[in-house]
Design a protein around this ligand. Structure first.
Ligand code: EPZ
Length: 416
């Protein structure tokens, strides 16, 4: 549980963690590359620990020293046990790497956040086009590529981040060329491809809608620094915004922040970006964030929607949210309402009428980013807020309480 005594006014500076959603596919890629890979700036998160456990289960040797992870890649098994698969949705990204490395993979359907049905149909249909046989009986995926991975033209019905990553990982050592149309353009895809190309891969167009992968014979591990976490950054920006704070973030990739700036500027925050730093100064009372519609990158990211809703909850005026990526990503609205927010959810649309002041309450995190939104709201609320099921939050934020306390929040974490 996380306990917050609000309201707070945040000020000071903090270094933003490395990106969870980049570290996870990079760790899967390390399985694929022979020899040793060293990943710098790897955040200390439970999801990263789950990925390390999967790598060890498959035969790799992993070592962590602070934020540096070393992976000695080897494969002695091609099966991921159920408890590891269920622990994290993104474990599906190991599928492509396992097939590329040894042509076999057996894993069960992935778990992860309850953001609505998290299908993997695009992953499976794409891999089948690369010559992978997949037997889905009994809730398990039994995959094999008897002739190895054959390059092909694949068009994604939706620019799925995970499916794009799986395709690239499967095809990078395949025979021939793979063309991915309607590929996801998220920065994490670029980070993955930069690493793979430095290991000897030949991938072109990362970050664009069409990615071309020229299969190579084998890859050898190298050193790579994980990019900054843009969603952690926007979380701390929202915390500064709701508390009328003045906060400077270091180790930020400012281009990744651009798609998320509008609600901050519309609600009266002053954001200055210089090099790898960002400073945000918030007014005493926020204006409304007006209209937020989540879209694939470079649109407004769905992962930023919950914490921006916490801003709208205390803004002056009404804000409209349209969640176009996940079917059930307003579960934080219950907790915000318990704190006195006025949130009306109708399917993909949520209308938020800002209130003068939220009131501390006992609430429950339903997923990673929704939990973070409740913490942000607790910083602005009058009185004590208790956020239960905080283990969801630890999946994606390294030392969230410590970082916020350093900025002046009265916040602590307790084991129930
Ligand atoms: C990645 O999830 C991120 N996770 C998510 O962040 C992020 O919200 C999401 O991309 C969108 O940006 C990681 O990178 C580990 P998708 P992913 O495949 O790959 C549907 C967080 O909080 N879909 O782009 O699972 C899917 O149901 C997490 O850090 C299919 O229908 O996202 C969803 O509605 C949450 N079939 C939409 O596409 C498929 O085969 C986007 O999913 C795959 C996806």
């Amino acid at each position: 549980m996380i306990i917050i005594d609000g309201p707070a006014e945040l000020s000071g500076e903090l270094r933003v963690q490395g990106a969870k959603n980049s570290a996870l596919p990079l760790l899967a890629a390390a399985l694929l590359c022979k020899g040793q890979t060293v990943l710098h700036n790897c955040p200390d998160l439970s999801d990263v620990n789950t990925a390390l456990a999967i790598l060890e289960q498959l035969g790799c040797r992993c070592r962590r020293e602070g934020h540096d992870l070393t992976v000695d890649s080897a494969m002695t098994s091609w099966e991921i046990p159920e408890e590891l698969m269920r622990g994290m949705r993104s474990s599906i990204v190991f599928l492509g790497a396992m097939l590329a490395r040894c042509g076999r993979a057996r894993l069960c359907f992935p778990g992860g956040c309850e953001l609505g049905p998290r299908p993997i149909d695009l992953h499976l249909s794409s891999l089948r086009r690369l010559g992978v046989n997949i037997d889905e009986s009994g809730g398990w995926l039994d995959c094999s590529a008897p002739q190895g991975i054959q390059g092909a033209y694949v068009s994604l019905a939706f620019p799925s981040v995970g499916a794009t990553e799986n395709l690239i990982l499967a095809a990078v050592c395949g025979t021939g060329t793979t063309i991915i149309a309607n590929a996801a353009r998220e920065p994490e895809i670029c980070d993955l491809c930069e690493y793979l190309n430095r290991c000897g891969g030949r991938i072109y167009g990362a970050g664009e809608s069409c990615v071309i992968v020229d299969g190579v014979k084998e890859l050898f591990g190298c050193e790579h620094r994980v990019m900054p976490d843009r969603i952690a950054a926007v979380t701390y920006m929202a915390a500064a915004a709701v508390t009328g704070g003045n906060v400077t973030l270091r180790d930020v990739d400012n281009t990744h922040i651009l798609p998320m700036l509008a609600p901050f500027e519309e609600s009266g925050c002053e954001v200055r970006q210089l090099g790898g730093c960002l400073n945000i100064m918030a007014p005493r009372r926020l204006g409304a964030v007006r209209h937020i519609r989540t879209m694939p990158y470079p649109g407004f990211p769905t992962d930023a929607q919950p914490v921006v809703m916490s801003m709208a909850a205390v803004g002056r005026g009404a804000s409209v949210f349209v969640e176009n990526i996940f079917e059930n990503r307003y579960r934080h609205a219950d907790g915000l309402s318990r704190m006195g927010a006025s949130v009306k959810v109708e399917g993909k649309v949520a209308v938020v009428e800002g209130v003068e002041r939220l009131t501390g309450a006992s609430v429950e995190a339903a997923d990673l980013r929704g939990g973070a939104a409740l913490v942000v709201a607790g910083l602005a609320a009058e009185g004590v807020t208790r956020v239960g099921a905080a283990e969801h939050i630890r999946r994606g934020y390294e030392g969230l309480c410590g970082c916020l306390a350093d900025l002046g929040a009265r916040i602590r974490e307790t084991e129930l």
